[in-house]
Ligand binder design. Structure first.
Ligand SMILES: [Zn+2]
Length: 406
């Protein structure tokens, strides 16, 4: 409630995304091969302050102590146990969003922008308008970089690290739940790194460890195209993961890298589900029952994600909402209604796909629009549902994920 109101009170920034065409990474598979999308405290025993009960008396000839004698028993010299400290309340986040392609878009030669302030969909200045948001920054290679995907992905991390280092007073890279909580309590932006497409590994399992050591905590085995790990959504739905893809998923479970199934086709989704043990995410996908696009999730997939304790990030891409390049806010809400109707209300968050999509629904201009979007969700459902979608479901997912044994 408080947060929703605060959204209303903050004057939104009006940075508009540039109008020139850009490379987006979520368009439908190749019509044109060159066009890619870019516990509460434990009560101590005997905490009432009463003296401990007297020990069971040895059988003796002495008379039973009377009640009044009980009350005069010498108090024990044992100190009262200290009550456990109250746990910290959960931190407050402006929002948690699981997917933004801002790094690869900012690095395009015709953009060549920084991450602090830019004219694309997300920058640090606009993120700072929120309490202490968590933004997943995606590392994605367009077709031109597939043959050098390992070095390109490293270059993207170098760029990201430089930008964060320059602005470390407002943003930090988060590596685990403790980081997310600490950074939020400091009032800063948490950035999480994610790889979208296993091309970055160039077929070597040790490169997964390399990227984990560089801070990557989310990994999508494929984007739309085929790679060493499996067949993407562009290759139909029957061929799923390859043996190397399954090897990578098992290593991700060991390392503590969250699996992202958003771009897998149906066979790949079930291969990934059946070969992983931990909660996972579909970082930016919508409901197939509402819009039958291959990038959306069928109801049995949604239920499998729920059963595993996973989470779904809602994608703002009109193609996944209406199969056209336009969508209204009601088209957006129709997906939320369906997710909630089939029981995903506690497993649903944001994966807006900002900077990866060429158009957006009416009323959404970029990350600055999430304030009014939270108000729209609260109006359509209620404030609790809005709060869950904007931040608390993802926070609870991170709690579930990071408490799983590795
Ligand atoms: Zn994508």
């Amino acid at each position: 409630m408080k947060r929703i109101l605060s959204f209303l009170l903050i004057t939104p920034l009006l940075f508009m995304a540039g109008c020139t065409p850009f490379v987006v990474n979520d368009i439908e598979p190749p019509p044109d091969p060159g066009q890619k999308e870019p516990a509460g405290p434990t009560e101590p025993d005997n905490s009432s302050g009463e003296s401990p009960p007297p020990e069971e008396p040895e059988p003796s000839s002495e008379p039973e102590p009377s009640q009044s004698q009980d009350e005069t028993v010498e108090p024990s010299t044992e100190p009262e146990p200290e009550p456990e400290p109250e746990p910290d309340p959960p931190p407050s986040f402006g929002f948690i969003d699981a997917h933004a392609d801002t790094i690869s878009r900012a690095m395009l030669p015709n953009r060549n922008q920084g991450l602090y302030k830019n004219n694309i969909d997300v920058d640090f200045v606009r993120l700072q308008e929120y309490d202490a948001p968590v933004q997943v920054f995606v590392l994605w290679c367009s077709d031109r970089y597939v043959s050098t995907a390992f070095s390109r992905t490293n270059l993207m991390i170098d760029f990201f690290e430089r930008e964060v280092e320059k602005h470390k007073d407002i943003i930090e890279l988060a590596l685990d739940l403790e980081d997310i909580e600490r950074i939020a309590r400091a009032g800063k932006i948490s950035a999480i790194l994610s790889i979208e497409g296993g091309e970055a590994l160039m077929g070597k399992i040790e490169n997964l460890d390399h990227f984990y050591n560089r801070g990557v905590r989310i990994f999508a085995p494929t984007w739309n195209r085929e790679n060493e790990l499996g067949y993407g959504q562009a290759q139909g739905s029957s061929r799923g993961l390859k043996p190397f893809g399954i090897e990578c998923i098992k290593r991700m479970d060991e390392l503590g890298i969250i699996m992202d199934v958003s771009h897998l086709n149906e066979a790949g989704f079930w291969d990934a589900h059946n070969n992983s043990t931990r909660p996972y995410m579909a970082s930016h996908s919508n409901a197939y029952a509402v819009t039958p696009h291959a990038r959306n999730l069928k109801d049995d997939q949604i239920k499998a994600i729920i059963d595993r304790g996973g989470i779904i990030g809602f994608n703002m891409y009109p193609l996944l909402l209406t199969q056209t390049d336009k969508a209204s806010m009601d088209d957006v809400l129709a997906h939320f209604r369906h997710f909630i109707k089939i029981g995903a209300g506690n497993h649903l968050g944001l994966g807006c796909d900002f900077d990866g999509i060429p158009t957006m629904p009416a009323g959404i201009k970029g990350v600055e629009s999430l304030k009014s979007f939270a108000v729209t969700l609260a109006g359509e459902f209620d404030e609790d549902t809005s709060f869950k979608i904007m931040e608390s479901n993802f926070y609870e997912f991170f709690m579930r994920y990071f408490s799983q044994p590795q």
